[in-house]
Design a protein around this ligand. Structure first.
Ligand SMILES: NC(=O)C1=CN([C@@H]2O[C@H](COP(=O)(O)OP(=O)(O)OC[C@H]3O[C@@H](n4cnc5c(N)ncnc54)[C@H](OP(=O)(O)O)[C@@H]3O)[C@@H](O)[C@H]2O)C=CC1
Ligand SMILES: N[C@@H](CC=O)C(=O)O
Length: 348
């Protein structure tokens, strides 16, 4: 069965997804009977391509790696160039829209409108963009159900580590009263590198080069990204309609090299901790840096790795650790949602 997809935004994650599909094409076909065809890609500045019979992923990967844009993709009969994101949703034959444009922490746009327009056009949406889930979860969930389409957003929390799918499936039946963890790859990477002697600016630059940071890294270093993730967890996993403005937030930008050294002397380590707790029918959430003891299990979580603990009434605390950011790691989140589209279809 051919599953046609269109990608909106061709940055780190979009390109990672194309590479993963190229790498896993045979396995997806042989093991899961899935022929994933990328029919369209639309990016603001890198260009846009559409072919109803599918693009050559080899050529896409080659031109983007060699030139940094899609403009040099070879001409072929039936190829259409230049569709914007909304035209790509409406005018292409894609079954599923992969929404991997940047996350706007204030408005969630244009991704929220991309979702709505796709659902109205009877298309599934899979995204790693956090904006729509953090700001418009209920509205979009209702719309997707009404239209009978799938909305997947595994990558919005901890990239391809199943921070949403695992509690929704394997922990189903538990009441989850609290969630706590390290939910931002960039800042955890920076704190690790600063402990190793790099400056704040050097460590941020490295995180950007490795594809971990947001387009505007203020979102990472000031704690907005982790705040969005804790709001998503409260809404999706705890079923509590927590709003972004209800979360106390502090980032790591005020931490100096002296603060890092002080923690070291005291046998501690700085970590940006995000947490949410349900008490008396209310939810309390915060994001902020904490000096934690080296004996704390979170102290050993380094680099772009993240970790999350779910407090469950039946099984007790369950901790999941894995990649929090990265090109292939986040591309995997798109793939795992794609492989589960039919499964969720049946539930709707
Ligand atoms: N990188 C990571 O490790 C992770 C990222 N995410 C999320 O995934 C999403 C993608 O991340 P990432 O790939 O790193 O981000 P990038 O900034 O690398 O890529 C985003 C791309 O979207 C393009 N774009 C922006 N607006 C539009 C639009 N209206 N129409 C078409 N294209 C548009 C940009 O175009 P141009 O640059 O040409 O202007 C850019 O190429 C983000 O929302 C991010 O928060 C989630 C988990 C991990
Ligand atoms: N910028 C984010 C990317 C993943 O969500 C991070 O560093 O965690």
């Amino acid at each position: 069965m051919t599953h046609r997809v269109a990608i909106l935004g061709f940055g780190v994650v979009g390109q990672g997804f194309a590479e993963v599909i190229l790498q896993k094409k045979d396995l997806l076909q042989e093991k899961y009977g899935k022929d994933i065809s990328i029919v369209a890609i639309s990016d603001l500045f890198k260009g846009a391509l559409y072919h109803p019979d599918g693009l050559s992923i080899e050529d896409v990967v080659k031109v983007i790696n060699e030139t940094g844009s899609l403009h040099a993709y070879p001409e072929q009969p039936g190829l259409i160039r230049g569709l914007n994101s909304f035209e790509t949703i409406e005018k292409t034959n894609a079954d599923t829209i992969i929404e991997v444009t940047f996350t706007d922490v204030l408005t969630g746009q244009p991704a929220i409108d991309h979702c709505k327009f796709a659902f109205e056009n009877q298309k599934n949406v899979i995204m790693s963009n956090k904006g729509p889930v953090a700001l418009a979860y209920e509205e979009l969930q209702i719309l997707a159900k009404k239209q009978g389409v799938f909305w997947g957003f595994e990558g919005s929390v901890m990239s391809g580590t199943p921070a949403l799918r695992m509690p929704m499936t394997s922990l189903a039946g538990n009441e989850i009263s609290a969630i706590k963890g390290i939910l931002n790859g960039t800042t955890n990477y920076m704190l690790t590198r600063m402990e190793e002697g790099l400056s704040y600016d050097e460590s941020l630059k490295e995180a950007q080069q490795l594809g971990y940071a947001e387009a505007d890294p203020t979102s990472d270093v000031e704690g907005f990204d982790a705040l969005y993730k804790i709001v998503i967890l409260a809404n999706v996993i705890m079923g509590y309609p927590l709003k972004t403005e209800e979360v106390k937030r502090r980032g790591i930008s005020h931490l100096t090299e002296a603060d890092i050294e002080l923690a070291n002397v005291e046998g501690k380590r700085w970590k940006l901790i995000a947490q949410v707790k349900q008490e008396g029918g209310k939810c309390y959430a915060s994001v902020g840096p904490e000096m934690i003891s080296l004996k704390d299990s979170l102290a050993g979580v380094s680099g772009a790795t993240n970790a999350i603990t779910y407090e469950c009434d039946l099984i007790g605390p369950v901790t999941l650790q894995g990649a929090g950011a990265g090109k292939v790691e986040t591309a995997f989140s798109i793939l795992i949602d794609l492989l589960n589209v039919e499964q969720v279809y049946q539930k709707v």
